[in-house]
Design a binder for this molecule. Structure first.
Ligand code: HH2
Length: 261
């Protein structure tokens, strides 16, 4: 996949309980319409997820997740975007790959199910490996690091080596520090401030700050404009892929930021 920074990854959450849009797109038709709208606004990638990873979220069964995402992947196959499946489950990833998905976005970075790596290797698709401290149910309970940036870097380096060892082409791996996944506001800010440390791993970095509650801790009340500011900051520090819910709101801001590059 040719990456010309910044790539906008539009979020399609087919869930009743996601952070900010839970329940809005549980109906497949609504999710498909949302996906098409995000592509028309400028998303090159659509990230389709059937399980919420918000803090405290309960896990979803594989059958339920499959039931949620399959019709949406089918309905978006001709959308013009590369489809990404946001899942930790190999069964869900396999079904999505059969339906044409080109990216596996695993927020557990293949820790939940290591066999996910072989699946990605055999399919020859891209994957995104994300850092998370602990698991969604408990990750926001007093997260601590020696140095958040070096700890996340060491984790991503190890997961990248694991992925490559399982046969995944290094060129097909994206890395993500996992904004909000077991991190305080200060941790999230520090990861963006020192993004160069993660870029030194040599892989494109994905950042998902969009609509996250950590923005409220900065006093933000309008999470869309706050998300745009965070995306621009991440882009300026070298992020390649921005995972966002409000594609239209990001397009012009990033185009202008890019003009300064
Ligand atoms: N954030 C969320 C979900 N998946 N994947 C990556 N790679 N990076 C992220 O930052 C990321 C992600 C959480 O956001 P959202 O999809 O809005 O909520 P939920 O997980 O509750 O569906």
């Amino acid at each position: 996949m040719e990456l010309e920074r910044p790539v906008l990854m539009g979020v399609v959450n087919v869930t009743p309980d996601s952070f900010s849009d839970g329940g809005s797109f549980l109906d497949p038709e609504a999710a498909i319409a949302q996906g098409r709208r995000l592509v028309s606004e400028g998303a090159q990638v659509l990230d389709i997820g059937g399980e919420s990873t918000r803090p405290g979220a309960d896990p979803v069964s594989e059958d339920e997740e499959l039931w949620r995402i399959k019709p949406v992947l089918e309905g978006l196959a001709d959308s013009g975007a590369t489809l990404s499946i946001d899942t930790m489950k190999p069964g869900v990833a396999r079904a999505a790959l059969e339906l044409g998905a080109g990216i596996v976005n695993d927020v557990s970075a293949f820790r939940f199910a290591p066999e996910m790596a072989q699946l990605v290797a055999e399919a020859g698709v891209h994957c995104c490996l994300m850092h998370m401290l602990g698991e969604p149910r408990t990750m926001q309970l007093d997260p601590r690091y020696d140095d958040v940036v070096s700890d996340v870097k060491a984790f991503l380096e190890e997961r990248l080596a694991f992925a490559v060892g399982e046969g995944i082409d290094e060129e097909r791996v994206w890395l993500d520090p996992g904004i909000g996944f077991g991190k305080t506001l200060e941790h999230n800010l520090e990861l963006i401030r020192r993004l160069d440390v993660l870029l030194a791993l040599g892989r494109p970095v994905l950042i998902g700050f969009s609509r996250k509650s950590t923005l409220r801790r900065l006093g933000a009340t309008d999470l869309v404009s706050a998300s745009v500011a965070a995306a621009v900051a991440a882009y300026e520090r070298g992020a390649s892929i921005l995972r966002v819910h409000d594609v239209a709101a990001h397009v012009d801001a990033l185009a202008v930021a890019r003009a300064f590059a």
